[in-house]
Design a protein around this ligand. Structure first.
Ligand SMILES: Cc1ncc(C[n+]2csc(CCOP(=O)(O)OP(=O)(O)O)c2C)c(N)n1
Length: 322
């Protein structure tokens, strides 16, 4: 299947927005503007962009603690996102959720999630509602390699397979769960082999190649839309930063400089830029214009967040469940 040039340009823009947003968050966090935790997705942008490009507003996603990329790719607005990171009243959760809990049900974003593996059963519930009430709609569930060891992973894949639910399980295998390498936490190399245990298709794809991500997820999503049930997609990638921004070594204690450098050179955005130039889809000037426009949008979101008020003290326990 050929991907239309318009779609390729949109994939590029989405990846640039995610990268530029997070580079700003990195800086703002270091300067103490953002409270709480921030887990950055830098280096993994091709997965969110490629998968979500196949979804509509009425489809659902569930996300993770590393969720900025997923929600941006699904259509979240930068202003309420940034305000949420700042803990401001104008944020997606009125400033009470922070980076890990951005949700917009109208856009099918059922929430980023601070619980590793927490999005899996939520996705299955949403998938069941798609099957029963909204045929043709699907749910995509993002989760990491370490989260695929949780009981929720096995129970969710089992339930989705038995009931042929329109759920696409997207494992972002960045090689680490906090500081523990995949080799130390799993006896398998490809997580996609676990699909066999649930009699669903499972494939492993280069997660830094946005075009391969787009095409492989298009196929799985179409299968789910047709009522043929779930798929397990594994995208191999790498996170450039530490597990979270509070790590003073930024992952330098458990990874070699050479490994990090090799993955930085394998940058998904650079790879797409090379494709765009080679195939004359965009010129360097047009690409630069995208960066400039996006930087402006992000600066506006920071201004919006900075000027917004904190939620009033008397609302501290409103909308909060515990
Ligand atoms: C149920 C649960 N156990 C442990 C944690 C602590 N924790 C937060 S993130 C994380 C590792 C997640 O790794 P992975 O799923 O591979 O995602 P990545 O951070 O690599 O994107 C852990 C163990 C948690 N948040 N929830």
């Amino acid at each position: 299947m050929d991907i239309p040039s318009k779609t390729v340009r949109e994939l590029y823009r989405t990846m640039v927005v995610i990268r530029a947003f997070e580079e700003k968050v990195q800086d703002l966090y270091a300067r103490g503007h953002i409270p709480g935790l921030a887990h950055l997705y830098i280096g993994e942008e091709a997965i969110a962009a490629g998968v979500c490009a196949n979804l509509g507003d009425r489809d659902y996603i569930t996300s993770t603690h590393r969720g900025h990329g997923h929600v941006i790719a699904k259509g979240a607005l930068l202003k309420p996102m940034m305000a949420e990171l700042y803990g401001k009243e104008t944020g997606y959760c009125k400033g009470k959720g922070g980076s890990m809990h951005i949700a917009d049900v109208n856009l099918g974003i059922l929430g980023a999630n601070g619980i590793a593996g927490g999005g899996l059963p939520i996705a299955v519930g949403a998938g069941l509602s798609c099957k029963m009430k909204y045929p043709g709609q699907v749910t995509v569930c993002f989760f990491g390699d370490a989260s695929s060891n949780n009981g929720t992973f096995h129970e969710s894949l089992n339930f989705a397979a038995v009931h042929k639910l329109p759920v696409i399980f997207v494992c972002e295998n960045n090689g680490f769960g906090i500081s523990v390498s995949q080799k130390q936490h799993q006896a398998i190399v490809d997580i996609s082999v676990r699909a066999a245990g649930y009699n669903m298709p499972g494939i492993t794809v280069d997660g830094n190649d946005v075009l391969s991500v787009y095409l492989s997820s298009a196929e799985a999503i179409e299968r789910a839309r047709q009522g043929e049930g779930p798929t397990l997609l594994e995208y191999k990638t790498y996170r450039w930063r530490g597990h979270h921004e509070g790590d003073p070594n930024q992952g330098g204690r458990y990874r070699t400089k050479e490994d990090i450098q090799a993955w930085v050179e394998n940058c998904p955005i650079k790879r797409l830029e090379a494709y765009l130039t080679k195939n004359k889809v965009m010129t360097k000037k047009q690409m630069q214009a995208v960066w400039d426009e996006v930087e402006k949008e992000i600066d506006d979101s920071i201004e919006f967040a900075e000027q917004s008020p904190f939620p009033p003290l008397e609302e501290m326990f409103q909308d909060v469940l515990a």
